[in-house]
Every structure is written in structure tokens, then in C-alpha cells.
Design a binder for this molecule. Structure first.
Ligand SMILES: Cc1ncc(COP(=O)(O)O)c(C=O)c1O
Length: 438
């Protein structure tokens, strides 16, 4: 035993490594009693995270799907620093600022939706879309009350977003507080799926029946339901959904919090699918993944429904950091990058494909599927579900090989930053292949 500086002997307990669970932190979606303690990250560089001990990990899920180009991307960091020295924050009622104007103009031009409402994250972008749709009908004197969402939907963790999401382990303690939502089936598909047409017909029939009740809005995640297990539908299905929604006169809300900003291979998944929502929620990749910001985009006609001398027509919703100038600067710099390098998001699907196809031959791999920069498959297990341990076991084995994944139960997926190199992407697949073998 070594004497300490003060001459007092160090007790054995002090020689133990510090508790990896910080006494003052509370991590999201984490059960401390059973989870692996968090790794301390001190730097990010491109597709990699660097731990306190210098280990490099490929961030193959873009840190919860937000890191769009790469970590610590220089041009975005510079834009934030420049903005911070000029105007870091200003109340967005009574005031506007050049960054918000420039960003709204560009988002509108790229999406075809004229009005941009700023908030803080994906959940708030969805909340604003729901409140806007609901109030728009009331402002018109209509009492349409039904909201329709899809089975397996995930729209965020705040109350309204949870209500339109599928009831699940995540929402269970609050279920009695959530408002009622009608639900249509989501005919998820994958490569070599013979039954998809029949499931789509059934889903559309259910949707048509639901739409016989006066409906305020239908909300969906275009092409890809993320959190419920990377469940994809065909583009033609979404076009048929839109047709039914239009016939019923309801509003269509697209939640592109995950799929927006090139993740689907197109700037927006709605564009890839050929649908035209009335409201759209965006976040995550909006700022390149640098700063929390959400936006809800709306058609001009929706905005006009809130304009008039009667104060009750107003959308009384606002967050302290609405249109934060730092977030706007980051988003503008991120859009610059996307527009300068369209080949990055347009080319990700082709880069994944041969690697996923090779992996798909493995006997433990089921239902391989691919959309833009997202590739997924299921592990063959007896009892699928979020709590199935198979994905966590695979996570531990790829982690040892320098790759970070976060499977959803038995669903394994890769959603790396667009700037990932070919060699890094191949390393991800190689690590999974090794981890799949006994
Ligand atoms: C489709 C979708 N909508 C909304 C959200 C909620 O976003 P946030 O976590 O930023 O609140 C998520 C988050 O994963 C999402 O995938």
C-alpha cells in the first residue's frame, strides 16, 4: 500500500476504478440495474467516436440517427462558432433573424411546403404538427375529431407523440393518459416477400373503413418505421394511402424526423415515395446532428387558417429556443454539405447492397432490407421483441471489434453517417459477420 501525499494510507476502496455510473447522471432508456455501464467519449471524428482510453469506435447508428455527415464536421462547427460570436439567441416572437429566414426559405424550396414552424426536437416537431392539424379544423368551424396512425408507429416520447405512437413497453405507464387514436395496419416488407400485396390490400381496406369517420389527420413515417424495428413499406402503398386520405378530405402528416435529409436516398422520403403531405416534421439530421432543433412544415393554406383578427385563431405554441440562431447556422451549413455532395446520400444504398446481400446468406439472418443509408435484418429468434437479448449479445461482440450498434431487440441495423468511408462500412459488416458465428 502506498502512502498518500498527506501521509495517510490509501484505503483499498480508493484503488478501485471509479464507478462508471456517474452519481449525478440519469441516462435515457437505460436500466442501470442490468445495463452495461456507459463508455466515456471524449472526441468524435468523421464516422468514429473516440473513448477516454483512446479506443476508436465506428458510430454505425449515427448516435441515435442524428449525425448526418460525420462527427465534428469542420464546416458546421465553424458556422456555429461564427454565429455564436454574432447572435446566439433571440426571442422569436417580436423578432426574426437572418438565419431563420434563410433556413425557412431553403427548406420551403426543397420540400414544397411554404411555412416553417421551429421547435426543439423530433417529438416537439410532431406535437406541433398534431396541434396544428387539430386546431386548423377547429379554426374552420369543423369538429373532425379522429386521428389515424399506423400500427408500430413511433413519433417521440412527449405525450401527444406517444399517443399517436403504438402502445408499447415505452408508453405502458402512461397509457391511461394518452388520447385515443384509430390505427391501421402497416404492411412492412423486405426482400423476397411474397405476401406483401395481400397485406397491403388488407391495410388499405382497414384504412378506408376508418376514414368513414370524419378524420382530422393521418400521421405516418414515410417508407420506414424506425423505432419499432426498421419496418419498411413500398412506395406504391404510400401513394395509395395518400389517395384514400385525400378522398376523405383529411390532412396528411409525414413524420420525417428519421428519414429526412437524405436518409432515404432522396432529400425527403416523401419525395422518393411520390406523396405530398400537408404537414411534415423534421429534426435529427436537420442541423447535421450538431444541435437540437425541430421544424414543422405546413402548406400555406394551413398557415392561412390561423390568420385573422380573432385571437383564438392563433397557434399558441412556442418554445424558449424557437429558431435558435446557432441551430439555424448549423442547419444551413449542413444543407450546404448535402447540396454540395448529393452523391453521398444518393449513393449509400448502392454501397450497402452488396455487403448486406453477402450477410443475408448467413443462416441467422432473416428479412434483410435496405432504404437509402439504412440497412437492417432480423436475427432468427424464437420470441422477437424489444427485450429479446439476441441483439444486445451481438452488440457486445461487435463492440469488441470497434463497431457501435444498438439493435432493437432482434432487429440489427446500420445507419451510419453519410461520410463513412468504404473501409469503415466494410468493417461494420465484417464485425457483424464475425459476431453472428458461434
Ligand atoms: C420517426 C420519429 N419521430 C419522432 C422521433 C422523436 O424525436 P426526438 O427523439 O428528437 O424527440 C423519433 C426519434 O427517434 C423518430 O424516429
Amino acid at each position: 500500500m502506498q502512502p498518500s501525499e498527506g501521509g495517510t494510507a490509501i484505503q483499498p476502496a480508493e484503488l478501485q476504478p471509479a464507478d462508471p455510473w456517474h452519481p449525478h447522471l440519469w441516462h435515457p432508456c437505460t436500466q442501470v440495474a442490468t445495463a452495461r455501464p456507459p463508455e466515456r467519449i471524449v472526441r468524435g471524428e468523421g464516422a468514429e467516436l473516440i473513448t477516454a482510453s483512446g479506443t476508436r469506435l465506428i458510430d454505425a447508428i449515427s448516435s441515435w440517427w442524428v449525425t448526418l455527415h460525420g462527427h465534428a464536421e469542420a464546416s458546421i462547427a465553424q458556422a456555429i462558432a461564427d454565429q455564436a460570436r454574432t447572435l446566439e439567441q433571440v426571442i422569436f416572437a417580436n423578432f426574426t433573424h437572418p438565419g431563420a429566414e434563410a433556413l425557412a426559405t431553403r427548406l420551403s424550396a426543397r420540400s414544397g411546403l411554404e411555412r416553417i414552424f421551429f421547435s426543439d426536437n423530433g417529438s416537439t416537431a410532431v406535437e406541433v404538427a398534431l396541434k396544428t392539424a387539430w386546431q386548423w379544423w377547429r379554426n374552420q368551424g369543423s369538429d373532425r375529431r379522429q386521428l389515424i396512425a399506423f400500427e408500430g408507429a413511433y413519433h417521440g416520447d412527449t405525450f401527444g407523440a406517444m399517443a399517436v405512437g403504438e402502445r408499447s413497453l415505452f408508453s405502458a405507464p402512461y397509457d391511461s393518459l394518452l388520447f385515443a387514436v384509430a390505427r391501421a395496419p402497416w404492411p412492412a416488407t423486405h426482400a423476397h416477400d411474397d405476401g406483401v400485396e395481400a397485406r397491403e390490400r388488407e391495410a388499405l381496406a382497414v384504412l378506408e373503413r376508418l376514414l368513414e369517420v370524419p378524420t382530422a389527420a393521418v400521421i405516418l413515417e414515410p417508407l420506414l418505421q424506425g423505432a419499432s424495428g426498421m419496418r419498411m413499406v413500398r412506395e406504391s402503398f404510400l401513394r395509395q394511402v395518400e389517395q384514400r386520405v385525400r378522398q376523405a378530405g383529411a390532412l396528411l402528416i409525414a413524420d420525417e424526423v428519421l428519414t429526412g435529409f437524405g436518409r432515404s436516398g432522396h432529400l425527403f422520403a416523401c419525395q422518393r415515395a411520390g406523396i405530398h403531405p400537408d404537414l411534415m416534421a423534421l429534426s435529427k439530421g436537420l442541423t447535421g446532428g450538431f444541435l437540437p432543433m425541430g421544424v414543422t412544415l405546413a402548406r400555406e393554406a394551413i398557415f392561412q387558417g390561423f390568420v385573422g383578427p380573432d385571437p383564438s385563431l392563433t397557434l399558441f405554441h412556442g418554445h424558449s429556443f424557437t429558431a435558435n440562431p446557432l441551430g439555424c447556422a448549423a442547419a444551413l451549413a449542413s444543407l450546404d454539405l448535402l447540396e454540395r455532395h448529393p452523391e453521398r446520400h444518393e449513393g449509400m444504398e448502392a454501397r450497402h447492397r452488396p455487403l448486406l446481400e453477402r450477410l443475408a446468406h448467413h443462416p441467422r439472418v432473416r428479412a434483410p432490407r435496405l432504404l437509402g443509408s439504412m440497412a437492417a435484418f432480423d436475427l432468427a429468434v424464437d420470441r422477437p421483441g424489444y427485450l429479446n437479448p439476441a441483439g444486445r449479445q451481438l452488440q457486445a461482440r461487435v463492440w469488441e471489434q470497434g463497431v457501435f450498434l444498438r439493435p432493437l431487440g432482434q432487429v440489427v441495423y446500420l445507419l451510419p453517417p453519410l461520410g463513412i468511408s468504404d473501409a469503415q462500412l466494410e468493417r461494420c459488416y465484417a464485425a457483424i459477420a464475425t459476431a453472428l458465428d458461434p
